[in-house]
Design a protein around this ligand. Sequence first.
Ligand SMILES: [Fe+2]
Ligand SMILES: [Fe+2]
Length: 281
Amino acid sequence: MSRLLQISDTHFGTEQPAVADALRALVQAEQVEHVLLAGDITMRARRGQFAAARAFMDSLPVQTRMTLPGNHDISLWLPWRRFLWPYRLYQQYFPTAFDTDGVIHWDLGPIHLIGVRTTRRYRHIQGEASPAQIANVSRRLQALPDDALKLVAVHQPALVIEEEERKNLLRGAVQANASWRAAGAAGVLGGHIHEPYVELIPPGPQDAPTPLWALQSGTALSDRIRDNYPNSVNLIRPATAAPQGHLHNPLQLRNPQWQVERWDFDASLQAFACVATTWLR
Ligand SMILES: [Fe+2]
Ligand SMILES: [Fe+2]
């Protein structure tokens, strides 16, 4: 079994302790093995916020802890520091062995996750997947076994579903989605806009119609909640016989191998509850 929890936008400094306790309880109850924290770990990239985030991640009883930096994890206040060492504090608290393109491969057994550092020091909010990163990820995807669940993780969304969010779309997303779809990726995980959704990315006119999903997680712990979306996380796991919550199955799969569950924080229960299951493939 392999269970991967996708969380993002914890924004330590604005985290809610009761929600953090509930998330830890979810990890325990669902026997999560791997956790990805896909950026905006902190609110202001301050040392104390990174330290609190690290303590929280260390408190989760999992085998694998993976992180990517978000735009909030680059120092806002000291332009010289941002220019010379944008990831200094991030790397101090969350050492991440990116290659020279800013790409890392995590082998989780049946799941392979390829992380891309999409934040840019000269572009504070909008992120980018560069041509070199897109090609690098595609080469790595092509080298993986066909039966693996191949996922890519970024910070900014690879698909937006509301027109007003178009400004937040990852730069290079169209090229990245086409290349990663052709290389066998099943999904692109992201955060940044604090809106949870799991939707198919429409293929471009030149693309094969292989399904490629956008898996967006909301803010896991922060009180910066948008448009009444509660705190929310995604749990990727082998498909279960009795999916919980609303079943989202646009591919009309009958014998799915993998599913992603959306778990929202329910304030009345003081716990995360599964509200929707999407059958991925
Ligand atoms: Fe964020
Ligand atoms: Fe962000």
